[in-house]
Design a protein around this ligand. Structure first.
Ligand SMILES: Cc1cc2nc3c(=O)[nH]c(=O)nc-3n(C[C@H](O)[C@H](O)[C@H](O)COP(=O)(O)O)c2cc1C
Ligand code: SF4
Length: 491
């Protein structure tokens, strides 16, 4: 069968010999903050949906990270972990001391399985409320906050004047009976979004006390979570300021808060810097603290590389040891979810930039390197030595080596390639690149993430179908159909 010409081809790779790998930049050590990574290889955060429903580390979490540790990356970043102690489904939490023992077990497993060769960071985040898309009838009857403004708009509409002054309960029924477009015409933009996509809180909702107070609350919460990560034995934390989450929204050009925490570049960076300073003050200078941020939000009116350079420098000056660069992944342009489902930030154009597939124009390979390059040049130009981590379609030795040699980045991160084959780093290092299982960049894994199902890779399943010798005792996903961790590989 000839390949689909609309899909980017996975570029052929030349794999290094063992000697070449040993002498390479990729497999050379580099200091990152208070610790030294044995190699410049990096597995960025990936949520596998394996924590317990109350946010604890489970045996499945241990198996997952143990399996990545087998491949001995220089750095392994543990998935986005909540800084609050609030129900958030099977996502890890670090919002209370009771989570520390589980996190410590995770550290122990990674130390043991990597032979102490992998540095381990915990990604910590805060996020705001996102509700499922409601049934139209439920929303109109229960959630629409009916006011004079709606009645006035009805009076001005060609067909609505007759119902504008009905008593509330009757008016709600009459609104439900209107053609959909007429109903939408009397709602404001936020109400339309609430009805069509589900309610989503924003950092600019300062009429809500808990949102107004975020600048007072978040520094302490992030600092406490970081201190727990340190207590559990992690080598550092990565502050998650990327994608669709709270700090990314503060950094965004779309943040027009007028209380000193929005508007100007400095205003938008202010809370991010204050959180970084609070974390640094709490954990001290002898422990690694870095950040993941967006080189480009990839939404209309959103932040671009100029904003990212400013923010990265402000954070490096606040004492952060590394800047891991990502792109897109916003709610703003996400697809409409089905009724009963929540909007997912990786479904629109910015989402496709975040986890680019072979379907994207230009292809996913090394797609975001220009962002890392610009940020690193900006930092170095200002005399800052913080390490820069590049990700996005990194899947071969020569591309990685080039990015390190030409000053694009200090670490090369590969998420999906490491998911497809967590041993790929070790295979490269041992001169056994021909055995690498190469990621197809078609996002079977991401579709599982979207449904909050245990993340697995289609290639592991294919191995199973081909008759895996370890098949008898292997752990399966909840649906019983997929292997939970990649098949074993013996070095
Ligand atoms: C299943 C899955 C879960 C992810 N979870 C996170 C996460 O928790 N935090 C984060 O910063 N990025 C997350 N990402 C994004 C990746 O870290 C990475 O930036 C992205 O996949 C692009 O890199 P790649 O082309 O090497 O896969 C996730 C990606 C995947 C595929
Ligand atoms: S499921 Fe597909 S995109 Fe995801 S890691 Fe596996 S091969 Fe790559």
């Amino acid at each position: 069968m000839s390949p689909d010409p609309r899909l980017a081809r996975i570029p052929p790779a030349r794999w290094p010999s063992r000697e070449e790998a040993v002498a390479s930049r990729l497999f050379s050590a580099l200091r990152v903050g208070a610790c030294t990574a044995r190699t410049r290889t990096w597995v960025p955060a990936m949520v596998p949906w394996r924590a317990s429903a109350d946010g604890f580390v489970t045996d499945d979490v241990l198996d997952w990270y143990g399996r990545f540790a087998d491949g001995r990356p220089g750095v392994l970043v543990v998935e986005a972990t909540g800084i609050r102690d609030v129900p958030s489904g099977p996502l890890l939490r670090a919002g209370d001391d009771r989570f520390v023992p589980g996190l410590r077990r995770l550290v122990d497993v990674v130390r043991e399985r990597s032979g102490g060769r992998t540095r381990l960071f915990l990604q910590v985040l805060d996020f705001l409320a996102v509700k499922r898309r409601p049934e139209k009838a439920t929303w109109v009857r229960r959630f629409l906050r009916l006011g004079d403004v709606h009645r006035e708009r009805l009076e001005r509409s060609p067909t609505g004047a007759g119902i504008a002054r009905l008593p509330e309960a009757e008016l709600r029924e009459a609104l439900l009976a209107l053609p959909h477009a007429e109903l939408l015409a009397i709602l404001d933009a936020r109400e339309v979004e609430e009805l069509e996509k589900g309610y989503r809180e924003r950092v600019t909702d300062v009429h809500q006390p808990h949102v107004r107070e975020l600048p007072r609350v978040l520094p302490g919460l992030f600092a406490a979570a970081a201190a727990r990560a340190r207590e559990a034995g992690f080598d550092g934390v990565e502050l998650h300021y990327a994608h669709a989450y709270t700090l990314a929204s503060f950094l965004s050009r779309t943040n027009d808060r007028a209380d000193g925490y929005g508007g100007t570049l400095a205003g938008r960076a202010r809370l991010a810097v204050e959180v970084a300073e609070a974390v640094r003050a709490r954990v001290g200078t002898d422990w690694t603290v870095g950040v993941r941020l967006l080189g480009d939000e990839a939404i209309p009116g959103g932040s671009t590389i100029e904003d990212a350079c400013h923010h990265a420098l402000a954070l490096a000056r606040a004492g952060l040891d590394f800047v891991s660069v990502s792109k897109g992944g916003k709610f703003d342009d996400a697809q409409q979810p089905k009724v009963g489902e929540a909007v997912y930030p990786y479904t629109g154009p910015s989402g496709h930039e975040c986890m680019p597939t072979v379907k994207i124009e230009g292809g996913p390979f090394g797609r975001n390197l220009h962002l890392a390059r610009a940020i690193r040049a900006h930092l170095r130009g200002a005399g800052c030595t913080s390490a820069v981590v590049a990700s996005g379609g990194m899947n071969d030795f020569e591309g990685a080596e080039r990015a390190l040699a030409d000053g694009t980045c200090d670490f090369v991160a590969a998420a999906r390639q490491s998911l497809a084959d967590p041993d790929w780093w070790l295979k490269l290092e041992l001169g056994r690149g021909a055995e690498i299982r190469r990621c197809l960049y078609t996002n079977y894994c991401e579709a599982l993430d979207q449904r909050h199902e245990q993340v697995t890779c289609q290639l592991w399943d294919r191995d199973m179908a081909a008759g895996d010798p370890g098949r008898a005792g292997i752990a399966r996903s909840n649906d019983g159909r997929r292997r939970l961790v990649p098949p074993p590989w013996r070095a």
